[in-house]
Write a protein that binds this ligand. Sequence first.
Ligand code: C2E
Ligand code: MG
Ligand code: MG
Length: 745
Amino acid sequence: MAVRRSTGNGKRRRKVQSPVLARSPQRAVLRVAPPAQRVPPPPDEARRMRAKMETALAEANRAHERLREAIELLPEAMVFLDAEGRYILWNKKYAEFYRRSADLFAPGVRLEDTLRVGVARGDYVEAVGREEEWIAERLGQLRQPDGGRHEQWLADGRCILIEERQTSDGGVIGLRVDITEMKQREASFRLLFEGNPVPMIICNPDDAVVVSANEAAMAHYGYDQAEFETLTLRDIQAFDTELPWRDQSADDEGSARTWKHVKVDGSLIDVAIYARMLTYDGRPAVLLALIDITERKRAEARLTFVAQHDALTGLPTRNLLRRHIDETLARGRRAGDKVALLLLDVDNFKIINDTLGHDIGDELLRNVARRLRSSLRDEDAVARLGSDEFAIVQSAVMRPEDAVLLAKRLIDAVSHPYLFNGHSVVVGASVGIALAPGDGEDSDNLLKSADMALSRAKQDARGGYCFFEKGMDASAQARRRIEADLRAAIDGDVLRPHYQPLVDLRSGRITGFEALVRWPHPERGMIPPSEFIPVAEETGLINAIGGAMLRQACIDAATWPDEVRVAVNLSSLQIRAGNLLSVVMDALKRAGLPARRLELEITETVLLDKSDEVAATLHALRALGVRISMDDFGTGYSSLSYLRSFPFDKIKIDRSFVHDLGANRDAQAIVRAIISLGKGLGVTITAEGVETEAELICLRDEGCHEGQGFLFSKARPHAEIVQLLHAQRMARGQAMLGVDPIMVA
Ligand code: C2E
Ligand code: MG
Ligand code: MG
């Protein structure tokens, strides 16, 4: 083997002659002055010179040996050629790389000759079909003065990187590295890159010049490879933003960031970019995978819009409003401006919805939203919070009056009649106003304050506006406390009916009692219904309370004389709950009370709900024999039409008309009209709130049938009623009850 020969034992080495020495400059010096041309030295001198030469030769041999050992340690293959391209020295690795030609290597053999044999054997795949040309090229590379660097593919599939440098004596030192694995990796990368369906480009990390683009990138962006290579990444970035691989920590590498890119046709796309540093063609490069997320972003934006906007009106919903409020508050703080939050509630929307149908209800809300929007400046915002509740954010408010002006404008806009399918619909609106700074420093608190102001506006008088006041917070807290206590009271069965007599004004006899709920609170004493019935109605607790009162009233009434009736108040919510008929029947049955002895008092609000269910329930109750009374008559909106819509058994004139009846002629006229109306309809007329003798006389003169009021008695616990009824039995035979001292409150 050639390798053995070149690195074999000393004998062989001597025989082979050290090529390095043969061609070394020292040897050249020796040749310049050959001993034959000199005068023979004297014998002593000749001995000395021979000894010197032998020492030098031994030294050279040792140096050669060291060099040989040194190149064997190198991981690369290495070869030395002389100026004629002849082999001088090579290491084992070299022989290994060119194992198919290794048998040809020998000192003094020309590289060109080994190449020729190798080419003829087909050892160099790139030479196949162009043998002479290839050999010429190869020898040309060898003679390049600054050293050549090129790759060479061998027949066994390996790729060798060749680096060659000329030595000072015209020879060549050649280094060889096996780069087969790297080439295979590169080939797989190219395959992956070029055939990848994801648009990819490779850039120079320093100047962002595009080095290569794959098919998908060309198709997506519309540039061909040549055009791409004239661009830098900045040319396709829509904005002059940082390059994707800059400002990117090692942790970020591989994670996507989004950019706006521009295609050749000028269209903008959103791109998620995955950047990865790598070596490409032996140079540092950055590989960018460009994923078009334009559609995804659009879909996300659509979803976000849908999530943040109300489907019916297209207005922002509560979440978006909150953000808007907080931003407006922050801007207001910086500018030193006030911000007003107005909550607007459409009055009686529920009735419109129930009576005219949901389509018209929806149409109404869409119209309200449109009118609100068009009543605002561009910088103000409107959102829909609940079914008929809207929020308006007014920025740059200088004085509270600015908010008042807006509130009035909005109420006015909403209150103009609407025309739907030939129906003219009129609604009102109430507005609660909260101002910042002052009423809340963030969206949640400002909303809470405006909500309290709205509740007050609705309580006070519908169709108006109301500013938030500090006390409202306390009253809202008190309301929450009442709710909690009321739940406990219901659970503990603490609520009791008290009974207030209804007196026949002609005979003076008690015809019945109205059951009025009483709440004995452990700390606050007796809490009046006006304080907790509205809370019970808001929270739905009224169903439990109403049911309990009805059952207890029936049980108590069953112990009274047969001609004495009991009147129980019903909330409109109980009627809408849907099970009222069975609740009433059950109460009557349990108590053993005939239906004719039960009166149910309803107010006009019940009849505002024109749904078939409400009418059917009332008719069914009446069919049972239960009497239905209209309570608080005269305080509603259009009482006369309601009188026609349902055959009431009794009308109770609201105590506001009875009050001052003796002194006030207008009140007298109204009461007289109601009494004659009732008589015309053939129903019993009861006057509520009779407090004075004068009122009693007046009512009796007008022909009013019944009276109820403190003049006769306040509402009393059942035990006292039992005594009262006993006293009445005792007084039987008297023509008139009059002002019985027992009965005066
Ligand atoms: P209402 O049904 O109109 O009951 C009559 C109210 O007038 C009672 O007030 C009664 O105490 C009061 N009153 C009676 N005579 C006079 C008088 O001469 N002068 C004055 N100033 N007031 C008089 P109360 O008990 O405070 O009840 C208030 C309202 O609470 C009732 O008005 C009724 O709407 C409601 N309510 C009471 N109990 C119940 C109940 O069990 N269920 C329902 N849903 N509502 C109830
Ligand atoms: Mg009543
Ligand atoms: Mg009443």
